[in-house]
Write a protein that binds this ligand. Structure first.
Ligand SMILES: *Cc1c(COP(=O)(O)O)cnc(C)c1O
Length: 241
């Protein structure tokens, strides 16, 4: 192993320790929280190094970048989660290459993904992205609209609804952060109480995974704490007039 891969394996191990410690502290079962390694902007070699250190589930935001990595690494038994906003002209690529889509926020995208999911692949595992802290410009469905979208998704043959995903804005204090995450947990629990068979509540990132686990997360999505500092994406160049 080269020094870079060794450092990556050490960071991955320390994230696992953080998750384990949070589970103990908050009386969660040790297997209750899965780790999704968010590899956006990092190379296929970095993903392969994380795999060599025992990580199999990876999250990506940018469809084209992800498809390149998925194709390069298809010899490895990896599970790929799409966690970024999806434009309708990208649904075919998503349906063909990913195992999960956590960022479903409207029926049109769900319908296209179901139609375009190749017959030879398993059904696509999906989560509804919920705008749990209510920012008007944020992606995600308003909490009140989640049950209707869940019913629509349940009627689609090539999708299987697994749960909810949210990305709340950072809150200064840990108590406040737990309170925001707890709203997502309450919504998820109320759906389960209504008979929805959901097993996934995807929330918590590098900075707030402890609060998310305290509130009931079943999957944390961790990028920078594993792969290191991410160079911000340059802003998209506006089309010339
Ligand atoms: C980038 C990203 C993450 C990981 O963020 P870190 O702060 O690097 O851990 C998690 N979830 C989503 C949706 C992201 O876009």
């Amino acid at each position: 192993m080269d020094a870079h891969a060794t450092a990556l394996a050490a960071r991955l191990e320390s994230v696992r320790q953080r998750i384990a410690t949070a589970c103990i502290r908050h009386h969660r079962h040790e297997d209750a929280v899965q780790l999704l390694a968010v590899s956006k902007t990092f190379s296929a070699d970095d993903v392969a190094a994380a795999y060599a250190a025992g990580q199999t589930a990876f999250g990506e935001n940018y469809v084209q970048e992800a498809v390149q990595k998925i194709t390069l690494l298809r010899h490895l038994p990896l599970e790929w989660h799409c966690i970024g906003p999806i434009q309708s002209n990208k649904t075919r690529l998503v349906a063909e290459h990913f195992d999960w889509v956590q960022s479903i926020d409207r029926m049109q995208i769900a319908q296209r993904l179901s139609q375009q999911r190749p017959a030879q692949r398993d059904v696509l595992q999906v989560c509804i992205q919920v705008n749990i802290d209510g920012g008007p410009t944020k992606s995600g469905v308003a909490p009140a609209d989640v049950p209707a979208l869940a019913r629509e998704i349940a009627a689609l043959p090539r999708l299987r609804l697994r749960g909810l995903m949210c990305i709340p804005d950072p809150v200064d204090d840990a108590t406040g952060q737990v309170a925001v995450f707890a709203r997502a947990t309450a919504l998820w629990e109320s759906l389960r109480a209504q008979g929805w068979e959901l097993d996934t509540l995807s929330m918590g990132m590098s900075a707030d995974l402890d609060a998310a686990i305290a509130a009931g997360s079943t999957m944390v999505r961790v990028g920078s704490a594993i792969f290191g500092y991410r160079t911000p994406k340059p802003p998209a160049v506006p089309p010339s007039p």
